[in-house]
Design a protein around this ligand. Structure first.
Ligand code: 2ND
Ligand code: ZN
Length: 363
């Protein structure tokens, strides 16, 4: 049987695993408009859904992480009550399922949703209910998807231990890990050392945004001081790799450690182009890192701000680097191996869902 042609439909049918997706970066534009109206949020730049979607994509396309992050004021602004959180979470699952995602870890920072008095516990419970609603609706539409949660603490605030404790409190209710997000420069991972030490004592999982808007020192601290299991982005690891004119590759000690230890890189190509972490998709370090067999995974970061999906990121990479179905299967298995659920659950999805799904496409 020949390999399936690459079309929007076959890309959608390819099973996908998503490890790095922000809940507050993935709202439907129409939902932002409706929630703003219902909650009396009046600061949106426009109340036309189509124009609003374009506004997010353009405003996030600033070449700076700090300016990119400013756009989240509008999504967080409309996510300040339980019903809104539940709706956004349910729609997130529906949208991922429609994109062919079979397993996702979706993250958000609970501390950003307390402006109107919600407690951290109520926030987590509302989002978990929303994810369960979404999984049921996706199943009703014929798609099986499992969505787990990562709780973020914001690097510029000083609440990481409290959020880490929250993540551990809900570890048996779908929260599988922790992360720190927000501006990277000036806020090194070691500022949150107490949170990471607590999580390790609890045998809990975490990832760290590092090597996106700041370079190797941030990655080094995240791994060697904080003990991160995965790197959010990690693109700047290329600064420790030298490719000579004759094509010979030399890995520095940190890059070698990341590759040897199979530390997963949660790469988000479109987001990196928008924040200036990479010049273009074609010149994105994912090409070199994949060639060198780092543990690369493909992610969306913020579907609203980048106007992307896992499928569209895959299609863009196929176009730029000539990847085929076997490459997409490799990225997907890399991601599944790197998930924060148990070994037997990961193996079951690899053997029962991912491999048969790609076998049908590879031909
Ligand atoms: O790519 C990112 N780097 C750092 N922080 C980010 C990125 N994308 C989203 N965030 C922030 C903004 C959100 O409000 C927060 C939690 O989801 O995480
Ligand atoms: Zn991110």
């Amino acid at each position: 049987m020949p390999a399936a042609p690459v079309t929007p439909d076959t890309i959608r049918r390819a099973p996908k695993v998503l490890l790095h997706d922000h809940l507050d970066g993935g709202l439907r534009p129409g939902t932002v408009v409706e929630l703003a109206e219902a909650s009396g949020y009046t600061a949106l730049p426009t109340t036309d859904a189509e124009q609003l979607g374009a506004w997010f994509r353009e405003a996030a396309d600033s070449g700076s992480l700090v300016r990119y992050l400013e756009t989240f004021a509008h999504t967080c602004g409309v996510m300040q009550d339980e019903a809104a959180l539940r709706r956004v979470a349910a729609e997130c699952v529906e949208d991922l399922a429609a994109d062919g995602v079979v397993y996702a870890e979706v993250r958000y920072a609970p501390e950003l949703f307390t402006e109107r008095g919600l407690s951290l516990d109520v926030i987590v419970q509302a989002v978990q209910e929303g994810f369960a609603d979404g999984e049921r609706r996706a199943a009703g539409a014929g798609s099986t998807i499992s969505v787990k949660t990562l709780l973020c603490a914001m690097r510029q605030n000083a609440r990481s231990l409290e959020i880490a404790e929250l993540a551990v409190r809900y570890r048996d209710s779908g929260v599988v890990g922790f992360d720190i997000a927000g501006p990277e420069e000036g806020f090194p991972p070691t500022r949150n050392l107490d949170a990471f030490e607590y999580l390790r004592q609890q045998n809990a999982h975490f990832t760290i945004h590092a090597g996106e808007a700041f370079g190797l020192p941030s990655i080094w601290e995240a791994i060697q001081h904080c003990g991160t299991e995965r790197l959010g982005h990690g693109v700047r690891i290329v600064d420790d790799i030298k490719v000579a004119e004759d094509g010979t590759v030399h890995l520095g000690r940190l890059a070698a450690y990341v590759r040897d230890r199979r530390i997963p890189l949660e790469m988000c190509p479109s987001s990196n182009v928008q924040t200036g972490a990479a010049p273009s998709i074609a010149e994105h370090p994912i090409g070199l890192l994949t060639r060198l067999r780092f543990r690369v995974t493909i992610n969306t970061d913020n579907r609203l701000m980048s106007g992307c999906s896992v499928g569209s990121e895959m299609a863009a990479l196929m176009d730029a680097f000539g990847y085929d179905w076997a490459d997409l299967q490799w990225f997907t298995i890399n991601a599944m191996k790197s998930a924060f659920i148990s070994f037997d659950e990961r193996l079951a999805i690899i053997n029962n869902v991912i491999k048969p799904g790609y076998a049908a496409l590879i031909g």
